[in-house]
Design a protein around this ligand. Structure first.
Ligand code: AMP
Length: 216
């Protein structure tokens, strides 16, 4: 992969996580999902987890400084040397600028900002039917990609669950936050010549486009 330091931007349910996992499995990039990092903190019952729990439950964002600090600590770990996909960060223009600063500090450049375009209808359909493995994080959809045995992960046998913030009400709040924050981020990366917009409807199509574009 020629372009290997990436951010994935898009509405909740646009396919960022699913495509990031598949791309990392075939390319050895490191997947950094800020949502997954926060859910791990909630499970661990840490102070950060307690702050995150309420905000995530109501579809709100964590403060920019707090989430940037988490990302900054994660980016200096050695598994990011081979390249990374930041999934779910940046989510505000302030985070976008903070990312620039932290990358400059560690002597790295972003190679591409991938924007997953998707309709609200599909987001609602996807998220209300989404199932996630508690153990390995694999993502299923009750309708389009169900597990072979109900409630059990095909890959590791772990228990599947529905995220509390994947309820129709919270999805609406998350989408409203997304629309409020997203345009300046896209503008920033467009101006920097880093923006790649792809249709988020189909995972295989996303992977096909990314395999071509990231190897240019
Ligand atoms: P995700 O798994 O990416 O959908 O993230 C789940 C939730 O975690 C979001 O709705 C936010 O509450 C929080 N979160 C994740 N990433 C960020 C971020 N970059 N900035 C602020 N909050 C975040």
């Amino acid at each position: 992969m020629k372009k290997k330091n990436l951010v994935f931007i898009g509405a909740p349910g646009a396919g960022k996580g699913t495509v990031a996992k598949a791309l990392c499995a075939m390319s050895h990039l490191t997947h950094i999902s800020t949502g997954d990092l926060l859910r791990a903190e909630i499970r661990a019952g840490s102070r950060l987890g307690k702050i995150a729990e309420g905000l995530i439950g109501s579809g709100k964002l964590l403060p920019d400084e707090l989430i940037s600090e988490i990302v900054s600590d994660r980016l200096v770990q050695s598994d990011c040397d081979r390249g990374f996909i930041l999934d779910g960060f940046p989510r505000t223009i302030a985070q976008t600028r903070m990312l620039e600063t932290m990358l400059a500090r560690i002597g790295r450049n972003l190679d591409c900002a991938v924007y997953f375009e998707i309709s609200d209808d599909l987001v609602l359909k996807r998220l209300t039917a989404r199932l996630i493995c508690r153990q390995c994080g694999a993502i299923y959809n009750k309708i389009t990609t169900p597990p072979k045995a109900e409630g059990i992960c095909d890959q590791c046998g772990g228990e599947l669950y529905q995220r509390a913030d994947d309820s129709p009400e919270t999805i609406k709040s998350r989408l409203a936050v997304f629309y409020r924050e997203n345009d300046p981020i896209l503008e920033f990366y467009r101006k920097a010549g880093l923006l790649l917009t792809i249709p988020g409807e189909c995972k295989d199509r996303c992977l096909q486009i990314l395999n071509t574009e990231l190897n240019r």
